[in-house]
Structure formats: structure tokens, C-alpha cells
Design a protein around this ligand. Structure first.
Ligand code: ZN
Length: 328
């Protein structure tokens, strides 16, 4: 391979640090065509061992991956990291993390990598990385302004403008789950409020909680559901309470997304995560809620399903370091 060909398709070492596993791979970003993820591997997060231990195991994984790249003759151009919590992309410090990752807050990731490699390292949040992946190489590719919404265990989001992640003044921009919704009133949100955020009634967990509360209120005729997927399955099978709950949950989320659309005016809205597999009842209600809430000029904005699946954060982390190096 010539030096010119390498420059046209740079390869980045990427990490996706989540609450249950840390994934890594080599991400090739061709000038045209789709990205490729190779040398994929993962380790369990084992969050209970603490943030320091986690950081050390990630760096050890990086050393193994860089040795592998050397052995295979792969030239790595930089390291891209998608991290759980709120990372500071400039300093490389984790400035906020939930109890899911005890001791993760305060870890200095760039310093740890600098001890083992001279390669440039760039870190963004995992939800932002997911959005970056979809915006640059997935369902939002080619669009100028992309709003990405992830609806899974929780609800997250990302705003990508001209291929760059918009992070806001405190790195908080894109927290799509923590916007007001009357449906969420009384349900405890992961941020601590019960005043009515959308996440505790529209995430996968929230869908289950909303359904189970309604089951209890209805007198316990229906057995509680174990998760959001079970509510979706019962709805698809025609169970009335599940159908109504799934539709109400998606409609409320759609109204919130309409409000976000009015604020941001994106070219496209990409919706990803486990809950988007809930079927047409969910999608129809999401689109109906969006149409009710969106301004006339925003209403035609396409709401599309993400294309990259679980690889999105790795690809987005690679796209972020690629953009960072290109901008320097
Ligand atoms: Zn909240």
C-alpha cells in the first residue's frame, strides 16, 4: 500500500467505554464508501472494581491493540474514545459519571494514554460518539445538521453540525432524555427529578415502568412486564393496555423530539437504540407526536432509523479524532 493510499483511508484505534463492556477496534475511514471496523475485541467493564482499575485495563487493552496493529502492518493515525459519563474533550478528564461507574469521575484519560503512546488521543461522550457515527457515516451522512436520539435503557442525544459534535458550554448538550413531558410527572428520572422528564416513561426501562404502573392501577389483571421489549411484544400481540401504553410513550417522546426540532431545525433526525425495534405502533405514534409539536417548516424533517447499530460509537469516535486532526 502506498503512502498516498494510506492517507486516503486512515485507520484509527477506537474505544467504546460503556457500563457493561469496553469495545475496541481498528476503524478505517475511506474518503468515499463506508467505514470498516476490524480487530474488534471487548473486555467486561467490571465497574465495581472502580474507575482507576477500569482506566488501567483500558490502557492495557490499548497496548495490546497497538502491538497487534504493528504485527499486522496497520498504521494507526490516532486514538478515538467514546466514553460513558461526561468527558472534557480538551483536558481528557471525566468530569461527571453516574453511580453505574463508581470512581470513573475524575479519571484523567489522556495522561494515562500519554504514558504508553505518542499518538494523538481524542475523547468524546459515548452518546455523542453514537451521533457522530450516524451523522458522518450512517443514516445522517451528507446532512449538514443532524439530531441523533438514542432510545435504549436510557434516552440520550447528540447534535452534529457540519460533521462536528456540538457539546455546549458544559459538555451537556444533547441530553434528550431530560426535557419536560407531562407523561413523566411522578416518575423518578435518572437525573433525580420527579417533576416530569421524558426518559423515565419513554426509554426501554421507562416503557416497562409506565406499563407496570398502569397494570397495578388497573387492578393487576395483566402480569407485570420484565422490560420494554416485553411491552412491545404484548402490544404486537394485541393486548390493549400494552398497545395504549406503547403508543402514549412514543407519542410523548415524539412531542419532545418535535420541540427539539423546532429549536435546532435539523436536516434529519436519526433515532436509534433498542426501543426503535418496538414496531409500527411505536413509530406511528412517535411520528404523530412529532407532527403535532413541530412547526410547519420543521414537520417534513425526516425521522429515520439509525444504520450503524452497535458499531456507531466506535465509528463516531474515529470520526471525531479524524475531524480533530484535520482541523489542526
Ligand atoms: Zn431527567
Amino acid at each position: 500500500m502506498s503512502a498516498g493510499a494510506r492517507a486516503a483511508s486512515p485507520v484509527y484505534l477506537a474505544f467504546d467505554i460503556g457500563g457493561t463492556k469496553v469495545a475496541s477496534g481498528f476503524v478505517t475511514l475511506p474518503a468515499d464508501g463506508g467505514p470498516e471496523v476490524t480487530a474488534r475485541c471487548e473486555i467486561p467493564t467490571e465497574a465495581a472494581r472502580g474507575g482507576e482499575d477500569l482506566k488501567n485495563r483500558i490502557v492495557a487493552l490499548a497496548v495490546r491493540q497497538l502491538e497487534r496493529a504493528k504485527a499486522e502492518g496497520v498504521e494507526i493515525a490516532g486514538v478515538g474514545i467514546a466514553a460513558a459519563g461526561v468527558p472534557d474533550s480538551e483536558t481528557g478528564e471525566i468530569v461527571s459519571a453516574t453511580d453505574i461507574l463508581p470512581g470513573w469521575r475524575g479519571q484523567r484519560i489522556y495522561d494515562a494514554f500519554a504514558a504508553v503512546t505518542d499518538l494523538p488521543v481524542y475523547m468524546i461522550g459515548d452518546v455523542g460518539a453514537h451521533g457522530m457515527g450516524e451523522a458522518t457515516y450512517g443514516a445522517g451522512r451528507g446532512a449538514g445538521v443532524v439530531l441523533s436520539i438514542g432510545v435504549g435503557t436510557g434516552i440520550g442525544g447528540a447534535i452534529v453540525v457540519g460533521g462536528r459534535l456540538f457539546t455546549g458550554a458544559h459538555g451537556v448538550a444533547g441530553h434528550a432524555g431530560h426535557v419536560p413531558s407531562a407523561l413523566g410527572r411522578g416518575f423518578l428520572c435518572s437525573c433525580g427529578t420527579r417533576e416530569g422528564h421524558i426518559e423515565p416513561v419513554a426509554s426501554g426501562t421507562g416503557l416497562k415502568d409506565l406499563y407496570n404502573r398502569r397494570c397495578a392501577e388497573a387492578g393487576g389483571e395483566n402480569l407485570p412486564a420484565a422490560d420494554g421489549a416485553e411491552v412491545a411484544a404484548r402490544a404486537a400481540a394485541g393486548e390493549e393496555l400494552a398497545r395504549r401504553t406503547l403508543a402514549d410513550s412514543a407519542r410523548a417522546l415524539g412531542e419532545c423530539v418535535g420541540g427539539m426540532g423546532n429549536l435546532i431545525d435539523p436536516d434529519v433526525i436519526v433515532v436509534s437504540g433498542s426501543v426503535v425495534k418496538a414496531g409500527p405502533i411505536w413509530w406511528d405514534a412517535l411520528r404523530a407526536g412529532f407532527a403535532d409539536s413541530a412547526l410547519a417548516l420543521v414537520r417534513p424533517t425526516p425521522l429515520v432509523e439509525g444504520e450503524l447499530g452497535g458499531a456507531a460509537p466506535l465509528i463516531g469516535a474515529a470520526a471525531a479524532i479524524h475531524g480533530r486532526l484535520g482541523a489542526q
